[in-house]
Design a protein around this ligand. Structure first.
Ligand code: DHB
Ligand code: FE
Length: 300
């Protein structure tokens, strides 16, 4: 009654949001970046989901360093856009899907992943910038995002952060949860799962400004072809190769784990689906301090 049809992966650089909000997206610095997402916006229009399950990280916005959940699922009916220091971004509030989100919380917690349930939360650039990149600008007064969104916040800000393997396994549990949902309307829901953040970047310390495009390209290649192997990469490799904030990339493994080629025979699941179809891949360096990477995979 609900199926994951596709996964989307993208960086979430806050300056991309600022470029849109300040109408600088046509400037030469930003043009190549936005051009890379033209195809994505067309794909999104042609493949409009009923719900987006959006894996991102909160940047000490809704949560502070006083309280840091490792995995937090938004079960609210709506989410206000956060004030990250310059007032809330001029984008529409985010409509949630409390029924599906509560079902996922129930199922995933019973599969032994401890989620924090969040009934009220503001969402920061980690969530709104990917929505802009995939759906374009939306008028904050008259516009709305194309569908409800379930925010799923992962701690990648304060160590210890979850391993790639745990993220991949969590993705598998999220897929089982989504596939076991029964919508009250009897409708079959088309769900997309997005993994956001990354790619290589370091915002502080002697290595501030670090970008490693070769590593980023290899990461995307393994996301497509070798996610199980990629999940075994230890944190220290992300930090060494992709910088201190490159660890945001572990969140991509949650979305990848939810794709149907990774069914788990240990869980008694039917044979794996075929390899996902790659619909789009894009790299751009730099955007602000970050190497931007993007990938769209459809379940075959
Ligand atoms: C930048 C990138 C991020 O992922 C972030 O959260 C903040 C800043 C940057 O490139 O400037
Ligand atoms: Fe970030």
């Amino acid at each position: 009654m609900a199926n994951i049809t596709a996964s989307v992966y993208t960086s979430h650089v806050p300056a991309i949001g600022a470029a849109l909000d300040l109408k600088k997206d046509h400037e030469p610095y930003w043009q190549p970046l936005f051009k890379g997402y033209e195809k994505s916006k067309e794909w999104m229009k042609a493949n409009k989901p009923d719900v987006i399950f959006l894996v991102y990280n909160d940047h000490a916005t809704a949560f502070s360093l006083e309280m840091i959940p490792t995995f937090a699922i938004g079960t609210a009916a709506f989410y206000n856009v956060a004030d990250e220091g310059f007032g809330p971004r001029p984008v529409p509030p985010v409509v949630g899907h409390p029924e599906l989100a509560s079902h996922i919380a129930q199922s995933v917690i019973q599969q032994d992943f401890d989620l924090t349930i969040v009934n009220k939360m503001d969402v920061d650039h980690g969530l709104t910038v990917p929505l802009n990149l995939m759906c374009g600008k939306q008028d904050p007064e008259t516009g709305a995002w194309p569908c409800p969104v379930i925010p799923f916040a992962v701690n990648v800000v304060q160590y210890p952060v979850p391993s790639g393997q745990r993220c991949l396994n969590l993705g598998k549990a999220i897929r089982r949860a989504i596939e076991s949902y029964e919508d009250a309307s009897g409708k079959e829901l088309n769900v997309q799962i997005w993994g956001t953040g990354g790619m290589s970047h370091q915002l502080q310390g002697p290595r501030a400004g670090l970008i490693n495009l070769d590593w980023d390209k290899a990461f995307i290649e393994r996301m497509v072809k070798d996610p199980e192997g990629l999940a075994k990469v230890p944190h220290i490799d992300y930090i060494r190769e992709a910088g201190s904030e490159g660890i945001e990339l572990v969140m991509w493994l949650i979305a990848r784990g939810a794709m149907s080629d990774l069914r788990d025979s240990a869980q008694g699941e039917a044979a794996a689906g075929g390899a996902p179809c790659e619909m789009h891949r894009f790299h751009h360096v730099p955007a602000s301090n970050t190497s931007v990477g993007h990938l769209i995979l459809e379940n075959s």
